[in-house]
Structures are given as structure tokens and as C-alpha cells.
Design a protein around this ligand. Structure first.
Ligand SMILES: [Zn+2]
Length: 284
């Protein structure tokens, strides 16, 4: 896009990554909400997962897994494509109790110190769930948030808006990738959150049917995307195997409504925003 237009977009830093390329090719996607959790391991090998991404023109992906070994397997298979996040869930430590279990911070510390394939590095902690606003103020969540700030990691948080506000109140410098645009929060609330917090980005996984009922882009969501074109990302959320089986369709559905946005907005949401956070690869 011309420099003059780019300057008109809010919050667009000068180092914005220009993603595209060939306007007739499928929009490249940076999938920022992916899991390769245990139930998938015996059904889809890491190489088969990477092939699914390639076939869907998903050039990079943020991955977290239950347990974390899934992320490490995918990373070792295609380190240029995979951006590893560390999820705290393991064994009987789950979304419902991870923030109460005292072994969580030492587990994360140990795991973060365990080298990934070819000296790769985690870029964030999560996805984790906070079911109630008050959970964000438990000592363990506060410690994990502190750890993220100190190390420059993103937190990938599955929660409502109130819990995100609570984390920012505790750690104003933190960077949060908010899962599922708050899952149940309406687009006007998401928009307000992005107005209020400069270090907040959000993926739209699981909101697809509200975003584009029958494939037609909803006007309230369009308003959100046009107001915050630099803060929204695509996510598939492959938390169970049916999501992997339908992976290509999920991504194709997203491309369908992305293509109803102005091209430069679609490119940012599809690819550019996540590339700015996590780095690009040359996939031409
Ligand atoms: Zn998820």
C-alpha cells in the first residue's frame, strides 16, 4: 500500500511486513492458534501436519500443545514454520487447575530452559485458560505474567475481557495474544479492549460463524477489522482431531471473509500482523 495510506492506519509501525506478493495467489496465512496435542499424535504424524499447513498455504503457525511435547515435535519437523509457545498443561494439570498448582512456575522454568531443536526458542506462554476474572490475580498467574514480562514472551490467554484487564492491571508492560477474541465477547467489546491496550492482539478462532454467517462478513465484525486492522490474527484452534480433519476448510472459510475486506486489511489480518510479532519467512 502507498506510504500515505499506511500512515492513516492506526498503530502501524514503520517496520510493517508487507506480506504479498501475487494478488491472484491464495492469501498466505499465519495461523496463531494451533495445538498438536496428544490425541492427534497417533493419527497425524508431524510430517502430515506440516503437509496440511502447506496445502492450506499456512506459511507459519503459533503452536502450543497438551502436553508440550507435541509442539516440540512439530518444531523439530519444520522450525522455520513453527513458532513455539509453552502451555502449562501436563498430566493431571489441566485448564481447570494449572493456576492453582504450585509446580506450574518451576515446570515452565525448566521447560523454557530445555533447548528446542537447533537452539530454537519459545516466544510465549499459553494458550492457557482463565475461567474467572479473579483467577488472573492468583499468585501463580501473577508469577507467570511476571516471568513473561521479564523474558519478553507473549501470553496467549483464553479468557473474557475482565481477566485480560486484570492481567494488564498487574503487569502493564505485558504483551497478550487474546485467544478467540474473548470467545464470547461481542466485537464492540473487543474493539474497546484494543483501544485500551496497545500491547493486545487477538485471534478470531472459533468466532468464524459469527464473523461470517453463511460466509458473508458481518457488519459489526467488519467495523472491528477496519478499526483495528493491525491487531487481529487468524487462528484455527486444532484442539481436537476433527479440527485437524477439517483444517483446510477452516482456513478456506477464513479466506472467504478475508477476501470481502480491503486487500491491505485482509493481508494484515491473514499474515502481516503475526509476521510483525513473530517474524516472517520468505515463502515465495
Ligand atoms: Zn486453543
Amino acid at each position: 500500500m502507498p506510504e500515505s495510506e499506511r500512515a492513516a492506519l492506526p498503530h502501524t509501525p514503520a517496520d510493517h511486513v508487507e506480506p504479498t506478493l501475487d494478488p491472484d495467489a491464495p492469501l498466505p496465512i499465519f495461523d496463531t492458534h494451533m495445538h498438536y496435542s496428544q490425541e492427534a499424535w497417533s493419527v497425524f504424524s508431524p510430517a502430515e501436519i506440516i503437509d496440511k499447513l502447506k496445502n492450506a498455504h499456512v506459511e507459519r503457525a503459533v503452536v502450543s500443545s497438551t502436553p508440550d511435547d507435541g509442539t516440540r515435535m512439530l518444531y523439530a519437523t519444520d522450525p522455520a514454520r513453527i513458532v513455539p509457545f509453552l502451555r502449562p498443561y501436563r498430566g493431571n494439570v489441566t485448564s481447570s487447575n494449572w493456576y492453582l498448582v504450585e509446580s506450574t512456575p518451576p515446570y515452565l522454568t525448566e521447560r523454557l530452559a530445555t533447548p528446542l531443536h537447533e537452539d530454537g526458542a519459545y516466544r510465549g506462554i499459553g494458550e492457557f485458560h482463565l475461567h474467572y476474572e479473579g483467577d488472573a490475580n492468583t499468585p501463580i498467574v501473577r508469577e507467570v505474567a511476571r516471568m513473561a514480562v521479564e523474558r519478553g514472551y507473549y501470553l496467549n490467554v483464553h479468557s473474557d475481557a475482565a481477566a485480560v484487564r486484570a492481567i494488564f492491571a498487574n503487569e502493564p508492560e505485558i504483551k497478550i495474544l487474546w485467544a478467540h477474541a474473548g470467545m464470547t465477547e461481542p466485537p464492540n467489546v473487543v474493539s474497546q479492549m484494543l483501544d485500551d491496550f496497545a500491547n493486545l492482539w487477538t485471534d478470531i478462532s472459533y468466532r468464524e460463524n459469527a464473523i461470517a454467517p453463511d460466509g458473508v462478513l458481518d457488519s459489526a465484525w467488519r467495523d472491528l477489522f477496519l478499526r483495528h486492522p493491525d491487531r487481529i490474527t487468524i487462528g484455527s484452534d486444532t484442539w481436537i482431531n476433527p479440527r485437524w480433519r477439517g483444517y483446510q476448510q477452516i482456513i478456506e472459510f477464513d479466506r472467504g471473509w478475508l477476501n470481502q475486506l480491503p486487500r491491505e486489511v485482509a493481508e494484515q489480518i491473514a499474515w502481516g500482523n503475526a509476521a510483525r510479532l513473530f517474524g516472517a519467512v520468505d515463502f515465495r
